[in-house]
Each structure stands twice: as structure tokens, then as C-alpha cells.
Design a protein around this ligand. Structure first.
Ligand code: SF4
Length: 77
């Protein structure tokens, strides 16, 4: 099943962990706050299947639980 992800930027503490385990998925803004590269953090673009293990690792390693994952596209607020 496809996985969708986005970073809750209110909770991201700019620690850098997600990019170090999944650099193809996560990028950083100038202030160090992370974003999901696919769909520019809008949660609408599925993460490529071959990157799902990296996504899971980043999710588990995020100290502030800022990485959100679900099986369907996120609704746009
Ligand atoms: S691991 Fe979590 S807190 Fe750290 S930069 Fe990534 S999203 Fe932000």
C-alpha cells in the first residue's frame, strides 16, 4: 500500500536525523526545518516503494514525532 508522508513543521526541532537516514525523502529549509521532498511536503505524493524502509527508519528516529505517515493522501488544510 502506498505511503504518504509529511513533516509537521510546528514540531520539527531541526535535528537533522531524518535527512541522515533518508536523504532522498527529506530536505531542509534554511532554518533547518525539515520537509518531505515529494509534493513539497503537501502529503499528496506517494513515497516511492523503494524508499519506504528509509521512511520507516526516519519515522522511528524522529525525536519529536514530527514525521507523519499514512496510507492515503493527507487532506490539505
Ligand atoms: S528527525 Fe524529526 S525533528 Fe529531526 S529534522 Fe527530521 S522531522 Fe525534524
Amino acid at each position: 500500500m502506498a505511503k504518504y508522508s509529511m513533516v509537521d513543521q510546528e514540531n520539527c526541532i531541526a535535528c537533522g536525523a531524518c535527512n541522515s537516514v533518508a536523504e532522498e525523502i527529506f530536505g531542509y529549509h534554511q532554518d533547518g526545518i525539515s520537509f518531505v521532498k515529494f509534493g513539497d511536503n503537501n502529503g499528496q505524493v506517494p513515497i516511492p516503494e523503494e524508499l519506504e524502509d528509509d521512511l520507516e527508519e526516519a519515522y522511528e528516529g524522529c525525536p519529536s514525532e514530527a514525521i507523519l505517515i499514512q496510507d492515503s493522501p493527507f487532506s490539505i488544510a
